[in-house]
Design a protein around this ligand. Structure first.
Ligand SMILES: *[C@@H]1O[C@H](CO)[C@@H](O)[C@H](O)[C@H]1NC(C)=O
Ligand SMILES: *[C@@H]1O[C@H](CO)[C@@H](O)[C@H](O)[C@H]1NC(C)=O
Ligand SMILES: *[C@@H]1O[C@H](CO)[C@@H](O)[C@H](O)[C@H]1NC(C)=O
Ligand SMILES: *[C@@H]1O[C@H](CO)[C@@H](O)[C@H](O)[C@H]1NC(C)=O
Ligand SMILES: *[C@@H]1O[C@H](CO)[C@@H](O)[C@H](O)[C@H]1NC(C)=O
Length: 377
């Protein structure tokens, strides 16, 4: 069974490639402004045996139209290239496809993914914002390491948080790196034939670096003064539960009930649940100690910056691509962003208000003002 499907695909592909012409556009991705137009070329590589109709289709006529919707090709037709004009009417994503009346024409690659945006400037700002939060999140590990090193102690840093973080980033890296493995990318593209690989290179960099940085913190926990701290039984149970789930999923992969692709998606869902809970033990610990000493507030500033900017980017993109569903309809990304901001605010309050003296409160206000000015400038 395992080999039948690839072999069949191969035979079909072989027959198609032998017997007939193929159809494609000069590009597969295009960005178009609202109320703007652009020209593409559709090419047919070979003569046709009989008369064929090519039909151009878009999914959303209110977003995208073409000046040609049908092309008649006969064996007399000399030109095998047609210029096609695209008109963008509204922001969003659409797909231009070509269907042929002759199934022997290879038209699998005859599609164009069209991104319709309100503004090129906003698209650029979105990219810049993306890079800033990538940097903020990547360096957010270092203030804690520095503080541990300076104090030669990790007293006050919660070990459950570190354990959850480490497991979370390992799962996230597995997802990111996995989707770049050619076999799994093929599984993804077979399921989403006209899609893009959702993982970008900087996702791989971010998650691998996060493992590295968390491991350094783990080593610090071995070598520096740590008092009575250890990973709690609750955290161990939660991690064991995740381990059992992953083992069960691996069995399913082995039995070919699910694909590796599904396995990796489950890893990413587990990572989401970890993000949901990972700050709780630290917040509780600060509460019990009535102190945040040992827990770096620099880390929280950077995490907060990253969280705010990532939400800002989602909002910019939602406006630019008229895609508010991705913000409010997808609770994972937006919800997690908001939740981590809520935790950051809680940590600010613990650090500057609840467990500090009044002079520190003044210091806090100055700090926040300076921070706001820095952000605005
Ligand atoms: C696009 O054109 C329509 C009609 O001409 C106009 O109402 C609309 O404001 C324009 N949109 C943009 C973004 O220029
Ligand atoms: C094919 O198209 C040509 C030119 O468009 C036409 O003259 C011919 O009658 C068509 N043949 C058939 C079988 O439809
Ligand atoms: C293509 O052929 C159909 C009939 O087969 C005809 O109705 C239509 O007008 C033709 N289109 C063009 C652009 O020649
Ligand atoms: C086109 O096809 C018709 C019948 O299908 C045939 O009679 C004619 O010779 C062909 N023309 C060319 C240029 O191949
Ligand atoms: C569609 O637009 C292209 C590019 O402007 C033009 O070359 C082509 O002739 C147009 N086709 C029709 C059927 O108007």
């Amino acid at each position: 069974m395992k080999h039948i499907i690839p072999v069949t695909f191969f035979l079909i592909a072989y027959c198609l490639s032998r017997s007939s012409a193929s159809l494609f556009f000069n590009t597969q991705d295009i960005i178009l402004l609202v109320n703007d137009s652009s020209t593409l070329t559709l090419t047919l590589t070979d003569n046709v045996q009989e008369n064929v109709t090519l039909t151009l289709n878009t999914n959303h006529k209110d977003l995208l139209t073409t000046n040609v919707s049908k092309i008649n090709v006969s064996n007399y037709t000399i030109t095998k290239e047609w210029p096609i004009k695209l008109f963008g009417h509204d922001a969003g994503h659409d797909l231009l496809k070509v269907e042929t009346s002759d199934p022997s024409i290879e038209s699998r690659n005859a599609f164009v993914r069209v991104t319709l945006q309100h503004s090129n400037e906003l698209a650029l700002i979105s990219v810049i914002v993306g890079w800033i939060y990538f940097v903020a999140w990547s360096i957010s590990f270092y203030p804690q390491m520095y503080e541990n090193w300076q104090r030669k102690s990790v007293v006050g840093l919660n070990f459950d948080f570190i354990a959850l973080n480490l497991v979370g980033f390992i799962l996230y890296s597995m997802f990111n790196i996995g989707l770049w493995l050619p076999e799994i990318e093929q599984e993804y593209l077979a399921r989403n034939p006209r899609g893009h690989n959702p993982v970008q290179l900087n996702d791989i960099f971010f998650s691998s670096h996060a493992i590295f940085a968390t491991l350094i913190t783990v080593f610090q926990c071995y070598f520096y003064e740590k008092g009575e701290q250890k990973v709690s039984r609750t955290a161990k149970s939660i991690l064991s539960l995740y381990g059992l789930i992953l083992a069960a999923l691996l069995v399913l992969v082995y039995q070919q009930k699910i694909l590796w692709l599904d396995f990796l998606y489950y890893c990413s869902y587990i990572k989401l649940t970890i993000t949901l809970i990972k700050y709780i033990p630290q917040a509780v610990m600060n509460y019990k100690r009535k102190s945040t000493i040992g827990w770096s507030i620099g880390n929280i500033f950077l995490d907060f910056t990253g969280g705010v900017l990532s939400i800002l980017q989602m909002i910019i993109n939602a406006y630019n691509y008229n895609d508010w569903a991705s913000v409010f309809g997808d609770p994972t990304k937006f919800g997690l962003g908001v939740l981590s901001i809520v935790f950051d605010v809680l940590f600010f309050l613990q650090h500057y208000v609840f467990y500090r003296y009044v002079p520190q409160l003044l210091f806090c206000i100055v700090h926040v003002l300076a921070y706001c000015m820095f952000t605005v400038l």
